[in-house]
Design a protein around this ligand. Sequence first.
Ligand code: SF4
Length: 493
Amino acid sequence: MKKQGVLIIAVEAESLAAEAGMQAGDRLLEINGEPVLDQLSYQFLISQRDETTLTFQAPDDRITTSVVANGENGIGLDLAEDEVKVCRQNCVFCFVLQMPKGFRKSLYLKDEDIRLSFLYGHFSTLSSSDDAELDRVIRERLSPIHVSVHATDPEVRVKVVGNKNEGHILRKLDRLLEGGVDMHTQVVMAPGLNDDWVWEKTVRELWERRAFQTEGPWAGKGGVLSLSCVPVGLTAHREGLPAVAEVSSDYAHAWVQRWAPEVRKYSAANHGEPWLLLADEWFTRAGLDVPGRSFYSQSWAQLENGVGLVRRFLEHSRRFLGRPKAQGFRGRKALLLTGASFAPVLNDTLAKLNRKVGSRLRAAAVRNFSFGESVTVAGLLCGKDLKYAAEADRQAHGGDPQWVDAVVVPSSALRTHTGPTDQYTLAGVVHPEARAMFLDDVTLAELSQDLGVPVVPGGENFSQLLGNLLIAERGLSAFHTAGMSSPQGAYLP
Ligand code: SF4
């Protein structure tokens, strides 16, 4: 039988918890009479009152109740990591099912947890959330969350998520919205499956539920803050999986022609704040420039879902080029490796930087042999693909062992934690001893050793890149972790 409460793994000396008599090995059962389900519910319950009643159970089953004065900033407890829930869907485009064989075990775990959705912006189809869990989300005000809708039409949704019980996503959404929960939503678009009338219905039904309405049935309730549309990503490893059509360059082009104007219309109807969002990949696949700043939400909503990453990079770069700090790149010679979809944008920007400060930075598009060459995002590049691309570049430049001062790899291709979900813990802790490694377990240090030059993560912008180059110059390897271990890393440039 599953034990009640959450295991206490450490108690801070002289803390409120220690005064209450708690010890490592006890289980925290209740706070103010409410059951403690996990770390999130602990954080919610501990912050509710000035006086907190704690109920905990010793390993010999003795139960103690104790009152502590104020738990607002925690009471000095370390709780065990929560178990991650496994998803009950079989989405036709599930990335886990399209993984090549031979990667570490944790990458094959289909985790889907509404708590991760709240904490890290991880999208959930809500398949592992029953009514009790939805009510808990409402009670603990876990808002906003991120929901993969894919289609509001029940029959199509069943086809997309491969679970006959999960067609009625609007029923779950409405329960949350009625309870005051806001949400960002997404649709992964597969041509011929959930585009056309299905997509139009999805847009219409989610727009009806948009946030901040002052009249009508949804006024004063939770609301849909945004809806993004992301083109389906297919790897070369789909043996035994249902056929799914790719988003070709022509399809992406037609999609942008049709829906970019709609983005602006919905924005105008939403007081100027973009509500309908198109992922950057629509533009990069179509070979089009990304739109200007006003196309994206003021707060860069859904940035980690690949909406606006390129525009934000361009905006940051433009500002950076005007600053004295840009001179820090003067005379530097580096090769920046990235995915094929981002390489042209990066090369253009590097050319401007080189002209301005006299640096010699180049970008090279890395072919993804591990997942298949149709995968062009940087976040899924593996160590061996990066090594191959760097070696090819060295040969193309005369074979000099020191052909560049440093090789720069995408931060989004690196993971710093290999716990049960492979990327993050519910406490948000990046383990200090964790080594930054690529999906195929090659570490930064190994790649650097193989190439014979420093290899540094690019960070999220030029400022962070410069910082990382300076760190490498000093012979250190504690790089900025920005951009690493990101929940939706697959879509980062
Ligand atoms: S919900 Fe996510 S993990 Fe589960 S099958 Fe769908 S894509 Fe895969």
